[in-house]
Design a protein around this ligand. Structure first.
Ligand code: NAP
Length: 340
């Protein structure tokens, strides 16, 4: 009880506060009751959170527009103020400083180029004091460790923290197909469902570890770049062989479901550790390796750069040297998890 009396008044009861350190079980219960009472109140009177968006570049502006469309009270701030001005026409208040924006809102959404820029904004002394009791949602792209460090910094400054990875271009924000992965404090995510719903139809909480969203982001980007660099190779081969790119595009559309099936199968088999060929194997390393030789021969004949595909060759060789030539293609995953 004496601990309760020594707390700064209102620190845990302030609307929008997600800072509930484990000081005493009693205090935790009080904070939980107040949070639950507040959730019911929001539901009954339809109150919406006041939100600040820091950073109104291409993505930040799309986020702000989606929130304005869902009637949230919005303040926006951008280092270059001109870029935030168009949002005033849609009903946003344009703040003159990050401090003014942070002070005005319960939920602070950050979307700038990288975490270094986020830190430059939030770690200013006055802003760092103003974040106490608020929820920071950083939707800036970054690394898992960067998100964990930011969560730790917010915890030390009395703020809640969620980290998000936006898996969409700005035109998808606010639409049913808008996907954002969010990780960190699950309760804070649930308490702000209306905010996240406004940003897209597929905004998911993917775990308590604040680094999880960025880790998934990097994994999915690795997959995407595999496909995009593969497409660049396909374009080079097509051009060298005088194949019309419209024809390439049509044949890719027809082949894409096969590739999607192979990727899903590869992930499933790796998860189950089923690396030896069996009756369900779709294709062995040996079959892929032999077709791969045709690609290399063609590329050499046409003088096409092999830098990307030589990387594939390296992993084929490692697997073959380890006696896995006749294994399922998924067996290659054993050679990529650790640098040689
Ligand atoms: P952008 O249009 O280039 O905007 C960058 C924003 O960051 C601007 O508001 C810029 O302010 C601000 N900024 C940069 N350095 C800053 C600093 N040191 N201090 C304060 N503000 C700073 O980029 P974007 O496309 O909106 O991307 C923003 C974030 O969203 C990135 O992390 C990106 O990876 C992520 N994202 C983007 C997409 C996409 O399709 N665009 C998709 C997924 C994720 P100024 O206007 O003053 O320069």
């Amino acid at each position: 009880m004496s601990m309760l009396l020594s707390l700064p008044p209102g620190d845990y009861l302030r609307p929008g506060s997600y800072c509930v350190p484990p000081i005493s079980p009693y205090l935790h219960d009080v904070a939980t009751d107040v949070a639950s009472w507040r959730r019911q109140l929001i539901w009954r009177v339809g109150m919406k959170r006041s939100i600040a968006v820091l950073g109104t570049g291409r993505m930040g502006s799309a986020l702000a527009r989606a929130l304005l469309a869902s009637d949230h009270r919005m303040t926006v701030w951008n280092r270059t103020k001109d870029k935030a001005e168009p949002l005033a026409l849609l009903g946003a208040t344009v703040a003159s400083s990050a401090l003014e924006a942070v002070t005005s809102a319960e939920v602070i959404i950050v979307n700038v180029s990288d975490y270094k820029a986020t830190a430059g904004i939030l770690r200013d002394d006055a802003v760092a004091s103003a974040v106490r009791g608020k929820l920071i949602v950083d939707l800036t792209s970054g690394t898992p460790q960067g998100a964990r460090d930011a969560a730790e910094w917010c915890g030390r400054h009395g703020a809640g923290y969620l980290d998000g990875a936006i898996m969409a271009t700005p035109d998808f924000i606010g639409t049913d197909a808008g996907t954002i992965l969010v990780s960190g404090q699950g309760q804070a995510f649930r308490d702000n469902e209306a905010v996240f719903r406004a940003l897209g139809g597929n905004v998911q909480h993917v775990g308590q570890d604040p680094g999880r969203a960025n880790a998934l982001d990097s994994a999915l980007l690795a997959l995407m770049w595999g496909a995009l660099f593969g497409a660049l190779n396909a374009i080079a081969v097509s051009q060298a062989e005088d194949i019309d790119l419209g024809e390439l595009s049509r044949q890719w559309t027809a082949t894409a479901p096969v590739v999607e099936g192979l990727v899903t199968d590869l992930i499933k088999r790796t998860d189950a550790g089923r690396f030896a060929s069996d009756e369900e194997t779709l294709s062995s390393i040996s079959i892929h390796h032999s077709a791969f030789q045709h690609l290399l021969e063609l590329m050499d004949a046409r003088g096409i750069d092999r830098a990307v595909v030589d990387g594939y060759g390296f992993f084929f060789q490692r697997a073959i040297a380890a006696g896995q030539l006749h294994g399922d293609f998924a067996a290659l995953s054993q050679f990529m998890g650790k640098a040689a």
